[in-house]
Design a protein around this ligand. Structure first.
Ligand SMILES: *Cc1c(COP(=O)(O)O)cnc(C)c1O
Length: 476
């Protein structure tokens, strides 16, 4: 088959093929290894020169599935604990397929009342579940990095106005350096975003009182005091990636109020603490921030890519992003032009999977998933505490357990080396998946539990595999 034009008759066989592939894949996902030991070799088989004539959609898709599957990391399954990567709920999967089916451009009302309306409904429901004020603005982004970008672009706009400048029009040139203050918990993506915004990666000062990075509130206040009334941007971290700890957001909100600063909170996964009374206090005060970042593809379990930006005064988002061109749509009451509130002009209607997830499972469904993960994290902590060769390094306030392998009689240096090797060996083994970090200066493991499929047996399996793999590591 080598049609110069795509062949419409292929569509039915394509749908049948993919449906069969999906059924096979999903029925094995709970128990398949997360990563094949031949993943890299499989990825290499996908190389090749650009064909002169095509082989047709079904052949291409069969090849993609048969060879590609081995090269994929099955992070949407229940035994993937690395980074903070969620899975895909059934509602989200179905809606994501419909998103491609309908192929909506959710940048403007006129191009997709469906995509735009579902986005405003989803944002309203999310503000409800996170208990943020209903009057705040918000939008769907491609993830927490771009949500941090949007929150901090709003902060930059506000900061410029304090200096009498519209930064989106005239830029930052000629202005003083932007003071940005955070704790040692600040996420790498927020730092990267400061670079992208022209504020500069080095502009951020981290006030940490210990090696874990906990906020030194007194030092932060002293720095704000020193500014003598000049505006500053604070970044609070609601859920840091090593142990799931929180900056004292309420105290940061007090300081922001007292010193007239902008408080941006990165709650990529940690804001989900607000969905259950068991952990809601961790992010107390977040409703007093000026901008907030949350991820969709982490704890909400919608597919990549999806995140959310919430901004108290959406006019800053609008000033940062508004576009005008004669052929574009004008905003109209109740018919928002989304591209005036997000970086992209054309954009995927990610709202379909968000809306379908919230509609399908409701407040109770999200809450019970989060509570189940909190229980699983405590279960994992107990298993770590019960294993003489494992050492827990941090409390478990949320869904991450930070610990290390600690065979007796080893120096700190050796322990770092052994844990690094163990992290690599777990990934090479592939049955479960998580990696290492540095916590308080020590190499540590930090599995995170965010996948709706994960159950107690998966957590037990992870610990069993970890101990088994550790026994294969030579002590040298
Ligand atoms: C994951 C994460 C980010 C970056 O999110 P992406 O969705 O990967 O862009 C930012 N902040 C925190 C706290 C995170 O956990």
């Amino acid at each position: 088959m080598s049609h110069p034009q795509p062949d419409r008759d292929e569509l039915r066989s394509v749908l049948d093929l993919v449906r069969g592939q999906a059924e096979d894949y999903l029925s094995a996902l709970d128990t398949r290894p997360v990563r094949s030991t031949t993943a890299e070799a499989a990825a290499a088989t996908l190389e090749g020169s650009f064909p002169e004539t095509g082989e047709g959609a079904c052949a291409a898709l069969r090849e993609l599935f048969e060879r590609g599957l081995d090269a994929a990391v099955h992070s949407s399954g229940p035994r993937f604990f690395h980074f903070v990567i969620g899975g895909v709920t059934p509602a989200a999967l179905g809606a994501d397929w419909l998103t491609s089916l309908l192929d909506q451009c959710a940048g403007m009302w006129v191009a997709s009342p469906l995509g735009v309306r579902l986005e405003s409904v989803s944002i309203a429901w999310l503000k409800d579940i996170f208990r943020l004020p209903a009057e705040w603005g918000g939008a769907i982004t491609s993830g927490a990095t771009m949500a941090n970008f949007s929150g901090l672009a709003s902060a930059r706009q506000w900061w410029g106005e304090k200096h009498g400048v519209d930064v989106s029009v005239t830029g930052l040139a000629g202005l003083p350096a932007v003071p940005v203050f955070s704790s040692g918990y600040v996420h790498a993506s927020a730092v990267k975003v400061l670079g992208m915004l022209g504020i500069g990666r080095d502009s951020v000062r981290r006030f940490a009182r210990d090696a874990a990075g906990r906020l030194d509130l007194e030092a932060l206040e002293a720095a704000l005091c020193e500014l003598d009334g000049a505006p500053a941007i604070l970044i609070g971290n609601a859920g840091e990636v090593n142990a799931g700890d929180f900056d004292p957001i309420e105290a940061m909100a007090d300081l922001a109020e007292r010193y007239g600063a902008w408080l941006h909170v990165d709650g990529a996964f940690g804001l989900f603490a607000r969905t259950t009374p068991r952990t809601e206090d961790l992010a107390r005060g977040v409703e007093r921030a000026h901008s907030i970042t949350v991820d969709g593809h982490k704890w909400l379990n919608v597919p990549y890519d999806c995140g959310f930006t919430f901004v108290r005064d959406a006019s800053y988002l609008n000033k940062a992003y508004a576009v005008t061109a004669a052929y574009l749509d004008e905003a109209d009451e109740g018919r928002p032009v989304m591209s005036d509130f997000v970086p992209e002009s054309s954009r995927r209607a990610r709202s379909l999977s968000v809306w379908a997830t919230l509609r399908a499972y409701g407040r109770q469904g999200v809450r019970s998933m989060v509570e189940r993960h909190l229980d699983l994290a405590q279960h994992l902590a107990r298993r770590v505490d019960a294993a003489p060769e494992l050492e827990r390094l941090a409390d478990v306030p949320l869904n991450i357990v930070c610990f290390r392998w600690h065979p007796e009689g080893r120096s700190e240096e050796e322990l770092d080396r052994l844990n690094t090797r163990l992290g690599e060996a777990v990934i090479e083994d592939g049955r479960v998946f998580f990696g290492t970090t540095i916590y308080e200066g020590r190499v540590a493991l930090r599995p995170a539990i965010v996948n709706w499929r994960t159950e107690t047996k998966d957590v037990n399996f992870m610990v069993d595999v970890l101990l088994e793999v550790s026994r294969s590591i030579p002590f040298t």
